[in-house]
Design a binder for this molecule. Structure first.
Ligand code: GLN
Length: 487
């Protein structure tokens, strides 16, 4: 029976509960037990809200794991930072409130890179998360706990947030579906802010139907977030049969230099699948995309340095015990509370915004961002979607990139241009690599690691994107994830 529960996707679980085949409390207990026994450090707290939603509502009580970036009423919320130790929000983020209203139950808060800064989940103040496909490797970041939880089957689905790739890259590295909606589709209210002009919430799920189901319930205009606008139409369950008449653009020339050979091989195979399903592959220029990473690593730290000013030991969380005055209290609280990557970002951001440097760094980066937005606009005049690999490599080893921030930042090469443009994108399981990353592997190969395909769409074209993703998913022979491997 328990293996049967594990086999249910979130959408299938909703149907099973509604049909009376499974009870909501049975499913909740099942996942709570599994999450409590989690071996990958995916959770910062389990059973954080023991109220099981009444099995009414469209989500019928189906449990979900929530990234620790989302405020949840009465539940400690720390964004995996020591500085927020003891912070218990008196309110729900809009995403949590919407899921609650739709009848979801909550399994726990998932681990993440501190304040969502990172690509490996090694920047958590509460320890790294391990990848369920291979526990010696990272799950990606910053939503690494959410991805590991879904991959290991300690949650049927989870929320993530994506500023420069934090939903898509961990989804790719854990063999899952990860959707970053259009900037503004989902309210940021109650999400602890990293870079406010980029942050977006979205689903990390086993399949495309679940991603559509979650998006349906979390999108919407929200008076509490003036940048939210919602989606222009209801999100519907994807149902397309083929990709006939759709053009998929590959940015050209694309720099494959830093990309693992096997990632390129899986990408080429994905293009063939798209063609076999009726889609057309075209090349198109995205001339400024190569500058995206440089612009992002100015803009995101600049916004972060401003947002994190509020972590001062007065309003939220932990306060250092000092005998001196206010300034000493601020300095000691922040010195003790923030981890090294967060400090690095605050210093980079403060520098980029400081008088005399603002125009040279922040102003320049904003100009590049505008160029990238224009590139995407022009590209979508000739194609329906833009495709790239999601990540330049398969999941790397724990500790492999921690001493070299630049190498870590390069993990975001394919995801960041899309974030700057504000368009929606999905990462889909596209194939497998052998454990040494040297060759494409067949499903069932011992130690194989997942490779993701990223598909980006024009602003607000989420339904079209989900439809195309659904067709691709059906065409792809992908291994069932670690959640099927036993126990
Ligand atoms: N890896 C990127 C960074 O460290 C993106 C993080 C994110 O999307 N939250 O900034």
């Amino acid at each position: 029976m328990s293996q049967d529960l594990l086999k249910l996707s979130a959408a299938q679980a909703v149907s099973a509960i509604q049909a009376g085949d499974v009870s909501a409390s049975e499913l909740y207990d099942f996942y709570r037990r599994r999450a409590s026994a989690d071996e990958f450090n995916s959770y910062l707290s389990v059973d954080s809200d023991s109220t099981i939603a009444p099995a009414g509502g469209e989500l019928a009580g189906v449990p979900i794991a929530i990234k620790d970036l989302f405020c949840m009423e009465g539940v400690e919320t720390r964004a995996a930072s020591k500085i927020l130790n003891g912070y218990v929000p008196p309110y729900d983020s809009t995403v949590v409130a919407k899921l609650r209203a739709a009848g979801a139950s909550f399994i726990g808060k998932t681990n993440m890179d501190e304040f969502a800064m990172g690509s490996s989940n090694e920047n958590s103040a509460f320890g790294a998360v391990r990848n369920p496909w291979d526990p010696t490797r990272v799950p990606g970041g910053s939503s690494g706990g959410s991805a590991a939880a879904v991959a290991a089957g300690t949650a049927p689905w989870a929320t993530g947030t994506d500023t420069g790739g934090s939903i898509r890259q961990p989804a790719a590295l854990c063999g899952l579906v990860g959707l970053k909606p259009t900037y503004g589709a989902v309210s940021r209210f109650g999400m602890i802010a990293f870079a406010s002009s980029l942050d977006q919430a979205g689903p990390i799920t086993r399949d495309v139907a679940d991603a559509a189901l979650m998006l349906k319930h979390i999108h919407g205009k929200d008076a509490s977030d003036s940048t939210s606008i919602g989606l222009p139409e209801d999100v519907v369950a994807p149902s397309a049969e083929n990709l006939n008449g759709l053009k998929f653009g590959i940015p050209a020339p694309l720099d494959w230099g830093g990309v693992q050979t096997v990632v390129k091989a899986v990408f080429d195979a994905s293009c063939k699948r798209i063609e076999a399903a009726g889609g057309e592959i075209v090349e198109l220029p995205l001339p400024h995309a190569d500058y995206a990473l440089s612009a992002y690593y100015i803009i995101a730290p600049a916004e972060a340095s401003a947002n994190l000013a509020r972590m001062d030991g007065v309003r939220f969380g932990q306060r250092a015990d000092v005998s001196g005055g206010l300034t000493e209290m601020y300095e000691t609280t922040r010195g003790e509370g923030f981890g090294p990557e967060v400090k690095r970002r605050i210093m980079l951001g403060t520098y980029a915004l400081s008088s005399g440097y603002y125009d040279a760094y922040y102003g320049q980066a904003q100009k590049v961002r505008t160029k990238i937005v224009e590139d995407f606009k022009a590209a979508y005049e000739t194609c329906d979607f833009i495709i790239t690999p999601t990540s330049p490599s398969v999941a790397f080893g724990l500790g492999e990139k921690t001493d070299d921030p630049l190498q870590m930042y390069l993990s975001d090469y394919f995801t960041v241009p899309i974030s700057l443009a504000g368009v929606p994108a999905i990462s889909l399981p596209a194939g497998l690599a052998t454990s040494d990353g040297s060759a494409v592997a067949e499903p069932g190969t011992e130690g194989a690691l997942p490779v993701g395909l990223q598909i980006a769409a024009p602003h607000f074209a989420e339904n079209k994107l989900l439809d195309a993703a659904h067709v691709f998913e059906r065409e792809t022979d992908f291994a069932d994830g670690p959640w099927t491997w036993g126990s």
